[in-house]
Write a protein that binds this ligand. Structure first.
Ligand code: NAP
Ligand code: GLV
Length: 310
């Protein structure tokens, strides 16, 4: 039986198909929507498959998310249940995400947008100091990515703490859980970095009430999913000075609509859902390994807990 591939963005699909064929020239790959008889297909590799499409394959044995997040699959009300779902966990992606977080924490802390604007005006500002020890990072989500980011920031000498569903034992990184834990962590965090999966429990977690608990002049970084930030609350908190700036990679609606107020808000650093890139050859090798594991009935890599939703 063949594998099908879908990826919005032709180049990305071709990259995966090439890598998979390098590893296994006999693998039959059909690219959606040219799938022939849906009954032939036993494995789906998907990124943002239109809702309802997966349900059309009666013999699916495995669904592979071509991303770390699986909200694009689980939000499909017709997603076939009872079929294992695996997702990407890639060391290259974790390093890339750590770079995004480190870069933006430092850009915000060192006010690079302000200095760029001064330079444009050929202005030499009065001397001022930046206190490196004033940075206290709080990471929402200490999973595959969040724990890597936490350790990388810690190695840079930053103080780091994190919030997750279950307690973590990460040396020198205090771990918080639950609503009380979130409030406690927020009160002593001035750089909040979100790396949560998009589930009903994480929607809107970064909101006015949370911002109000943080020290005045704090910063928000979001590379989880747009739904986790109440965007209007961020704008209000920026206007009130409670939040001093933000770095956002993900948005409620992507691409960000042309009329969205964030475009003109220089207090917000934006990247277009590019915080972390995968290493396609490594991820393709994992996909192939999972196909083999599925066929042999062996445990899968990156298996998603369908109950928890991530
Ligand atoms: P992961 O390994 O599943 O980690 C998720 C973390 O979130 C875990 O620590 C989990 O707690 C915690 N969590 C989940 N629900 C929670 C809740 N209700 N309260 C508190 N903590 C909760 O996922 P990952 O690989 O690190 O990826 C995280 C997310 O990053 C993805 O789902 C995706 O949305 C996003 N992402 C974005 C980009 C980008 O380019 N912007 C790239 C990759 C991924 P436990 O550890 O206790 O389970
Ligand atoms: C990207 O957003 C991912 O979930 O991998």
């Amino acid at each position: 039986m063949p594998t099908i591939v879908i990826k919005l963005g032709q180049e990305r699909a071709e990259g995966y198909i090439n890598e998979l064929h390098k590893l296994d020239p006999d693998l039959e790959i059909r690219e959606w929507p040219e799938v022939g008889d849906p009954a032939d297909v036993d494995i789906a590799m998907v990124w943002k498959m239109p809702h309802g499409e997966l349900a059309k394959f009666p013999n699916l044995k495995l669904i592979m998310s071509m991303a770390a997040g699986v909200d694009h699959v689980l939000s499909d009300p017709q997603m076939p249940r009872g079929i294992p779902l695996v997702r990407v966990t890639d060391a290259h992606m974790a390093r890339s995400m750590s770079h995004w977080a480190a870069m933006n924490i430092l850009r915000l802390h060192r006010e690079t947008a302000h200095y760029d604007a001064l330079r444009q005006r050929r202005e030499w500002p009065p001397e001022r100091a930046f206190d490196a020890d004033a940075i206290q990072v709080g990471i929402l989500g200490l999973g595959y990515l969040g724990s890597h980011v936490a350790r990388m920031l810690q190695a840079m000498g930053l103080k780091v703490q994190g919030w997750s569903r279950t307690a973590k034992q990460l040396d020198g990184i205090p771990s918080f859980q639950g609503a009380d834990g979130l409030r406690e962590m927020a009160a002593s965090t001035n750089f909040l970095v979100c790396l949560l999966p998009n589930t009903p429990a994480t929607v809107g977690v970064m909101n006015a009430a949370l911002f109000a608990l943080m020290p005045r002049g704090s910063y928000i970084l979001n590379a989880g999913r747009g739904a986790q930030l109440v965007e209007a609350d961020l704008t209000a908190a920026l206007n009130a000075g409670q939040i001093a700036g933000a770095a956002l990679d993900v948005f409620t609606v992507e691409p960000l609509p042309e009329a969205h107020p964030f475009w003109d808000d220089t207090r917000i650093i934006m990247t277009p859902h590019h915080a972390a890139e995968v290493h396609v050859p490594a991820v393709a090798a994992t996909f192939l390994d999972n196909i083999q594991r599925c066929r042999d009935g062996r445990p899968l890599q990156g298996l998603v807990n369908l109950e928890a939703g991530y």
